[in-house]
Design a protein around this ligand. Structure first.
Ligand SMILES: [Mg+2]
Length: 240
């Protein structure tokens, strides 16, 4: 009988070939994009994106401008094939674990006809208001109890805790887990994987650096496979 698998996807620079938060401003408001670069070290990232969305809205950036940018984001055809083929084989559950937001992700997945791919999308909540402003909040409410991650997750969400909570909800029923990520905040969930699991690490971004520097020190147990283009991830997926 086929093994039960869980494939966990980061979204920006993992499933999509760009960063959604930055891309929509690069397309619609490069002045705000520049300001984000300047404020990145001073304001928590999710708060900075929320603030930038408000500023864009005030300057006339419309809902359809944001949606059009999302629909044209770089997204490799091999990624669509890779996940579609793996899902069609039937023994794989897909989870999305992302620091982007629910609207960015669902808009892109609908455009790619992948809206039913994921069993759950765990991310920051967002919704359009009647005026066309996208209202974005941190997943972890800044006014409530905070997560206690010491690995380096951003205050808006600990991806490792979210993965563990998902596994609790699903009875830890997976023979094998495969995590696809690129960023330094994908290191914490990778530490929760077991020796039979694999992290598919993009060759650029913070994750390969973090694995090289801290993998042994933090006791990373899973196998590591590296990929650059989605066609290479497709090759890895064809062996699962
Ligand atoms: Mg990423």
């Amino acid at each position: 009988m086929a093994e039960k698998q869980l494939v966990i996807f980061d979204f920006d620079w993992s499933m999509a070939d760009q960063d959604t938060d930055r891309w929509i401003f690069e397309v619609n408001a490069p002045d705000i994009r520049r300001k984000m670069e300047d404020l990145e070290d001073k304001v928590q990232w999710t708060d900075l994106v929320a603030q930038s969305l408000r500023e864009g809205h005030e300057k006339g950036m419309k809902r359809e401008d944001v949606e059009n940018a999302l629909k044209t984001i770089p997204y490799h055809p091999a990624m669509v094939r890779a996940v579609t083929d793996l899902k069609a084989r039937g023994n794989t559950t897909f989870l999305c674990l992302s620091n982007a937001n629910s609207v960015f992700i669902s808009t892109i997945l609908e455009e790619k006809k992948l809206q039913s791919l994921f069993t759950e999308i765990i991310t920051n909540p967002a919704e359009w208001d009647a005026s066309g402003l996208l209202k974005l909040r941190r997943r972890v409410d800044p006014d409530g109890p905070q997560h206690t991650c010491k690995v380096g997750c951003s205050p808006n969400m600990c991806k490792g805790d979210e993965l563990d909570a998902f596994l609790d909800r699903h009875g830890h029923a997976f023979d094998r887990m495969v995590y696809v990520g690129d960023g330094s905040n994908d290191f914490c969930p990778a530490l929760r994987l077991r020796s039979q699991d694999t992290v598919c690490c993009r060759t650029f971004g913070g994750l390969p650096k973090r694995i090289a520097r801290d993998g042994v020190k933090f006791g990373l147990k899973c196998k590591v496979k590296y990929w650059t283009g989605a066609w290479e991830l497709e090759e890895i997926f064809s062996t699962l």
